[in-house]
Design a protein around this ligand. Structure first.
Ligand SMILES: [Zn+2]
Length: 122
């Protein structure tokens, strides 16, 4: 069973008391309590979090390259794959700016992984 919103027509899960899309009560007699529907453009971007995500991505995806340069004959370059974690998470964001940072980080980690494998093969 699903609960159809009488206001916007959105199909909600059975256990929802309020519409997940517009916040309209789905059950009679239930009053909305401080229900705020955030649009993606209303979400304030935490610049600190963005910078930290860049540091994590660069650290993870380029560490294989650095370790590979320092220690010969190591398979540490495979570690660089962890660098894809953050950008893949970010590109799934509903916020266009966060998605943009995700794509940039994806490019950073791709270069890091390529370099890591280059030093691993040589
Ligand atoms: Zn609705």
């Amino acid at each position: 069973m699903t609960r159809l919103c009488g206001n916007c027509g959105f199909v909600n899960q059975d256990d929802y008391d309020f519409c997940a899309k517009c916040g309209t009560p789905l059950v009679e007699g239930v009053q909305p309590r401080n229900f705020i529907v955030l649009k993606p453009e209303d979400v304030k971007i935490n610049n600190k979090a963005i910078i930290i995500s860049y540091i994590i991505t660069i650290f993870l995806s380029w560490s294989g390259f650095v370790i590979g340069m320092l220690l010969k004959n190591t398979q540490a370059g495979a570690f660089a794959f962890f660098g894809f974690f953050m950008p893949f998470y970010l590109v799934q964001s509903r916020h266009p700016t966060i998605r943009k940072h995700g794509i940039i980080q994806l490019a950073i980690s791709l270069v890091g992984v390529a370099l890591s494998f280059y030093v691993m093969m040589h």
